[in-house]
Structures are given as C-alpha cells and as structure tokens.
Design a protein around this ligand. Structure first.
Ligand code: SF4
Ligand code: SF4
Length: 476
C-alpha cells in the first residue's frame, strides 16, 4: 500500500481543500519548481522564441504608416491584422469577441488547457524568461531554497540585487510593449524621449504597467493562474471526459510503489515508482497523480520529468501524457463529441455573420453635432448662421473627397478652413462648418435640416440636424 503524502495539498484525500501555494496558516507557500528538461520543454522553448519574437515585433509592424495591431481602448480604436475598427464598428467588435469566446470554449473542450501551457503570455514570460533568469542567478530549486533561508551575506545581496535589477529591466520592457499595443509605438517613443511632464498620463501608464509586471513575475507568479485568471476557473465547466489534458495514467501507474532491490513483491505494482519528481517540477506545486486540477496549467513539465524516470527504470514513457480520461480508462479517444459539434455550429454561424457584416459595412461614416454652448450667430447683410462639428471616418483603403450639402432651400454650407474635406485611407477627420441662411427666410425658431454627405459626387449618408434662429427679426 502506497504511503499517503502528509502534505494536505498533495494528499489525494485532502488536496482539493487547500491551495498548494498557501500554507495552513494562510501565508504564502513559496513554490520552488525543479529545473526540467526533455522533449516538451525543448519544443516549448523553441515555440516561446517564436511567440516572443512575434509579440515584440507586433507594435513595430506597420502598413501604410498604420500599426498592424493596435488596441487603443482609450480612443476606442482597434486595428486587428491591419483592419481598422472604429467606435462606430462596435457591433463588429462584439461579434469578433463572441467568435473568440466560442473558439476558446471549443478549443478547450477538445484540447484542454494547451493555450495555458504553450501560448499564454503569463506562462510564456514566467517560465521562459523570468524563471530562466532565476535559475541562472540563484541555481536550481534546492539552491534557491537554501539562498532564501540563508542570512544576508554579500553573496546573497549580490545575487538578489542582480536578479531584481534584471527582473525590473524586463518588466519595464513588457510594460512598454503593452503600452505600444495600446497607444502605438510612436506615442511610446514620444513619452520616453520627452520629459515626464509633457506626457504625464502616458508616463504614469508606463510605470504602472511595468510595476504590475514586476509584481506579477517576481512575487505573485502562479497565483495569477490559480487565483486571478478567469479562464482557469472555467475549466470545471468546460472540460469533460473526452477533453485532452496533461494526465497521469493511473490505470498503468497504480498501485504506485518505489522499486525495492532484492525484494520480491507480494502483489503486482504499477509503473509509478513514487519518486515525486513530477511534483517537484510543477510550477503550481500540485501532484498531477491526484487527477485533473484547476491549478494545472498544462505546462508539460511533469510529462518530461516522468518520461526521464521511466527511461531510467526501463519502463515505457507516457505514464503522464496528453490524454483524456476516457482514453486512459478505455483506450478510446473521441474528438467529435456532441458538445464539439454544437460549438462548431455556433462558431460557423458567428463567423458567417461577421463576414457578412464586414462585407456590407459602409466605407465612409459621418456624425454631425451642433457646436456646444452656441445657438446662432447674427451676420452682416441680414444673414444668420449656426456652427456644427463633423466627424468623418474613412474605412476604405482609398482617399476620399467629401462634400456636404444642405437639402433646404436657401441654406448655404460654409466649411471652416476649406471648401471640401479629403480623407486619407483608414483615417478619422474632425472639422467644423456653418449653415447660413438669410434672416428674412427664417420661418421657425428651430428648423429641421437634412444634410447630405457626398463622396466624389455620390451621396453616402444623410444626417438630420437643427438650425436655430430668431423669428421675425430684420437685420440690416
Ligand atoms: S501538473 Fe504537470 S502540467 Fe500541470 S502545472 Fe504541474 S507540472 Fe505543469
Ligand atoms: S514522476 Fe512518474 S514515476 Fe515519479 S512519481 Fe511522478 S508519476 Fe510516479
């Protein structure tokens, strides 16, 4: 009979009652994952290089001077793979988010948390950047533990100082990267090259993001996945017995027992030699042999660790592997279940609707508002005018010449500063114009006027507004 682990976070009877990273007294139980090497770690490392290169190159890629990716939540302007989405395209963005949401659900139902282990920026930076720096400076898990328990000697001050200096540098780098995705790389360069007072909001944003990342990667770490990430908490409802996850093959592994030399076992034993290596390498401090757990980010470290052990004890690898509960118990892996088909249909419908909306969206859009705080202006020669703001958005990839006309007899349009507006492709323009009419023609104090917006002589929008003027006044 295998001895049960006395640690309540690893004990199969009590592991669901507490978090592995929180002690019984409520204090942090610092996780020191042992260094790992192996097939999956090697390919995750290569993949991380590609992802990091894409992430850092992203804000610098421009098409016709515009960013390829921009998520400007402050101005509600988004550029996704070169396509610009303006505030007027909210419905498109909602569809895009819904598509992403359903895709994530579908992907999770089939492949579990592959995203977490391979592509999530949290795991990417934590395991492939910050953890590696830590190993380099402080050594493997046991050396880190010893260093943290040791008194503050010159060596400890040097190692900790160096580690946190490098952590701070990388946090600043990631903070600037996130800002570049939010406001554009040119604005970030402007903030960095000018005195803080010139761009105080941007400067504070840069420091805040960098500070948050330093906090997350230097201290908060696995808690971000376990306590904060909503995706992790969704696993309980998304995964089923056919979902593929990092899984311990308990059919093959149990009853676990260490190899005892020169001892004839009374009963047959499973393949797990109870070495505990899969627990030692786990960055969230769990024991995968207790089954699928919310804390498991599918990082594959335990697969590599166990495979190494299996090779040493001359047993087949894959005791911990990507598998579903059903494939472990029955040897059958079913991918296209009823749930998968259902979500696929929803995804296809959403994609179809999104493509239709994109194909039929107006290339030009305009909004007109009265200039705030003004009613009318009395002019020379018996005329009266109203001032308006106009916002024009050119969503097309060609420049557009826009004119405006009032569908009201005797009403003139007077554009402030120009005769017409020329909009560059994928740009927004804000301007002003007057509506002018002879005072003697004013019949009502608030006249409804239809304004016609034309591009290259063709109407693309009609907007109704009000023209205000006093009735019964004769100007000289
Ligand atoms: S159980 Fe395995 S796959 Fe899951 S987080 Fe721990 S080491 Fe990674
Ligand atoms: S690494 Fe493999 S053999 Fe060792 S305890 Fe974990 S599952 Fe068992």
């Amino acid at each position: 009979m295998a001895k049960k682990n006395q640690n309540p976070h690893l004990n199969p009877d009590t592991f669901r009652d507490a978090l592995a990273s929180v002690r019984d007294d409520g204090k942090r139980n610092w996780v020191y994952p042992k260094k790992v090497k192996g097939f999956f770690f090697r390919y995750r490392t290569y993949f991380s290089w590609i992802l990091l290169a894409i992430l850092f190159a992203g804000p610098f890629i421009k098409i016709d001077g515009r960013p390829y990716m921009l998520f400007n939540i402050f101005e509600r302007k988004f550029i996704i793979f070169g396509a610009v989405f303006w505030p007027q395209d909210t419905i498109l963005l909602i569809f895009l988010l819904l598509i992403l949401f359903v895709f994530v659900i579908l992907f999770t139902v089939v492949f579990g948390r592959v995203w977490c282990g391979w592509a999530c920026p949290q795991t990417l930076f934590m395991e492939m950047v910050f953890r590696k720096i830590e190993y380099l400076i402080e050594g493997d898990a046991n050396q880190q533990r010893a260093l943290n328990d040791a008194p503050w000697t010159g060596d400890k001050i040097w190692k900790k100082g160096l580690k946190y200096s490098i952590f701070t540098f990388f946090s600043l780098l990631i903070g600037h990267l996130v800002m570049a995705y939010l406001i554009g790389v040119d604005q970030v360069v402007e903030i960095v090259t000018q005195p803080p007072a010139a761009n105080m909001a941007g400067f504070v944003g840069l420091l805040a993001f960098s500070g948050i990342f330093l906090f997350v990667f230097a201290w908060f770490r696995e808690q971000a996945c376990i306590v904060v990430c909503p995706y992790g908490r969704l696993q309980g409802v998304l995964l089923d017995n056919n979902s593929i996850n990092v899984m311990y093959d308990y059919v093959r592994g149990e009853p676990r027992a260490p190899i005892r030399k020169n001892v004839v076992e009374e009963a047959p034993k499973g393949d797990c030699v109870d070495c505990g290596l899969c627990v030692q390498v786990c960055p969230t401090g769990i024991d995968i042999r207790n089954g699928t757990q919310m804390e498991c980010v599918n990082c594959t470290a335990c697969i590599d660790a166990c495979d190494e052990v299996m090779v040493k004890v001359d047993r087949p690898t894959g005791l911990i592997r990507y598998a579903s509960e059903n494939s472990v118990t029955g040897g059958v892996q079913k991918l296209f279940t009823g749930r998968v088909k259902g979500f696929s249909v929803v995804l296809l419908v959403l994609l179809g609707a999104f493509i239709t909306l994109i194909a039929t969206r107006d290339e030009l859009a305009g909004t007109i508002t009265r200039f705030p705080g003004m009613t009318y202006q009395e002019r020379e020669a018996g005329k009266v005018s109203n001032l308006y703001n106009i916002t024009l958005i050119n969503k097309s990839f060609e420049s557009q010449r826009v004119e405006i006309a009032a569908l009201a007899e005797g009403m003139e349009v007077e554009i402030v500063g120009a005769k017409e507006w020329v909009l560059e492709p994928q740009t927004k323009f804000e301007g002003r114009f007057f509506l002018v009419r002879t005072q003697a023609e004013v019949k009502v104090p608030q006249e409804k006027v239809i304004l016609q917006l034309l591009s290259h002589g063709e109407e693309f929008d009609e907007i109704q507004t009000n023209f205000m003027a006093p009735v019964g006044v004769t100007n000289q």
